[in-house]
Design a protein around this ligand. Structure first.
Ligand SMILES: Cc1cc2nc3c(=O)[nH]c(=O)nc-3n(C[C@H](O)[C@H](O)[C@H](O)COP(=O)(O)OP(=O)(O)OC[C@H]3O[C@@H](n4cnc5c(N)ncnc54)[C@H](O)[C@@H]3O)c2cc1C
Length: 399
């Protein structure tokens, strides 16, 4: 409920100004005025000798989703982002995850696509969508906070999904919180895994917390939809099925006019000298590799047609540049083969590579946590093992 001043009753005594812990009350035109810093803490209500400050019922607020029947919210909805008409890879990863969640909930998987063409929508169906809500109008081609928030908000209000997922990309991070705020529901940013709780059928949203030192599971039991953003490369793409069919619901009409206008688009110039995202083989080193070890790892990566990755410790030591860092504050990767040499397996490293198809860990400590996620583990000194691997692979290639 907003706090307001009854102007006609205020006698300008200024008692309320001193009482406010947030400096939210000022004198304006000789009367108390509540500004945008107000936290609705209600401290001022009791201090005004004239009773001029009151709690006013907010008649403009939308009813909280909690007051609606939660059973009305059913399906799983994905926001598929596009740039220059091309759907971002994180959206295909969300489709894989969304499909799995929808099946567990016996629900439909709905994808929202703005500003791309029908061929892109068809492709999303082949990747697992049951329905694609598509608006091909040119006004949606370029991302705009106001426009996308309004469009997605209206679609959610109409289709009432139980779960809404989007990429934790620059686009998703920018407008999804606005949509959640308008819907009066919760949002978990940067999730690394999602599950359905069997008893409650609620979405369990897992993400690193407290600087990545713990993994927190967040639930949104009373409000709908349950909203989450997910980092790129954390989840696997679904299965592509050429013969899969679904429904495309075409929305017409241009976007609302926005308060912002775009002057120019400038193409991003990446500072990455190594493309960890695209690599099918990554040979990564940690503190155990040392500067010398990285020369060996580069050789192994070379014979395997891969690239070099690194733990943060190795980057902090200055053995390799930041663009090689894998993990929570580096790049999230999903190669076919990830070889971790002299890396202990701290949780911040694991969140960035544990979805790799095959993980091979080489570590001289048999208790190192990296072995908990490894497909194959080799206990030993990497300076003995890596040269053997290099020569064996060379032999195989030559014969
Ligand atoms: C907010 C935050 C964000 C972070 N983000 C990241 C991130 O993005 N990426 C990341 O990697 N870390 C990150 N970290 C750091 C993380 O917590 C660990 O400190 C780091 O991953 C440890 O790196 P490491 O495994 O190389 O080193 P260590 O933990 O020191 O492990 C070295 C390992 O090498 C083994 N070893 C030593 N010599 C040899 C040898 N000759 N042969 C074989 N094995 C050997 C040892 O047994 C040991 O297991 C972050 C931390 C915080 C707090």
């Amino acid at each position: 409920m907003p706090i307001v001043v009854k102007i006609e009753t205020c006698n300008s005594c200024e008692t309320c100004i001193e009482s406010c812990p947030f400096d939210a009350i000022v004198l304006k035109d000789g009367k108390a005025f509540i500004n945008e810093y107000c936290n609705a803490c209600t401290t001022c209500l009791t201090v005004c000798p004239e009773g001029a400050i009151i709690d006013k019922p907010d008649t403009t607020a939308r009813p909280a989703a909690a007051t609606a029947n939660l059973a009305d919210y059913k399906d799983v909805m994905i926001f598929a982002e596009q740039r220059h008409g091309e759907v971002a890879s994180v959206s295909y990863e969300l489709l894989g995850e969304g499909r799995r969640l929808a099946e567990q909930l016996d629900a439909k998987l709905i994808v929202v696509l703005l500003g791309a063409d029908e061929a892109a929508a068809q492709d999303l169906i082949r990747w697992g969508a049951d329905k694609v809500i598509l608006n091909t109008d040119k006004s949606y081609e370029q991302f705009n906070d106001d426009v996308y928030s309004e469009a997605l908000y209206n679609i959610i209000e109409e289709y009432k999904p139980s779960i809404v997922l989007a990429g934790a990309s620059a686009i998703g991070r920018s407008f999804i919180p606005r949509v959640a705020a308008r819907l009066r529901t919760g949002l978990t940013a940067d999730c690394t895994s999602l599950k359905i709780e069997p008893e409650t059928r609620c979405l369990l949203q897992v993400r690193p917390a407290f600087g990545g030192n713990i993994m927190a599971t967040i639930v949104c039991p009373d409000y709908r939809p349950q909203m989450a953003t997910v980092r790129s490369k954390v989840m696997k793409k679904g299965k592509y099925d050429e013969t899969r069919t679904g429904e495309i619901i075409k929305l017409s009409g241009a976007a609302i006019s926005s308060a912002t206008s775009v002057i120019e688009f400038v193409k991003e110039v990446s500072e990455l000298s190594v493309d960890l995202h695209a690599a099918e083989v990554i040979v990564a080193g940690g503190r155990g590799a040392g500067e010398k070890g990285f020369k060996l790892l580069a050789e192994l990566a070379d014979v395997m047609g891969g690239v070099v990755g690194a733990s943060r410790s190795a980057v902090d030591e200055g053995w390799v540049p930041y663009c090689h860092q894998v993990g929570q504050t580096g790049t999230t990767v999903t190669p076919k083969i990830y070889i971790a040499c002299g890396i202990s397996g701290a949780v911040q490293h694991l969140v960035g590579m544990q979805s790799s198809d095959i993980i091979i860990a080489i570590n001289k400590n048999p208790e190192a946590p990296i072995f908990n996620v490894a497909t194959y583990g080799i206990v030993g000194n990497m300076f003995d093992i890596v040269p053997q691997l290099i020569s064996s692979i060379r032999n195989i290639k030559e014969n």
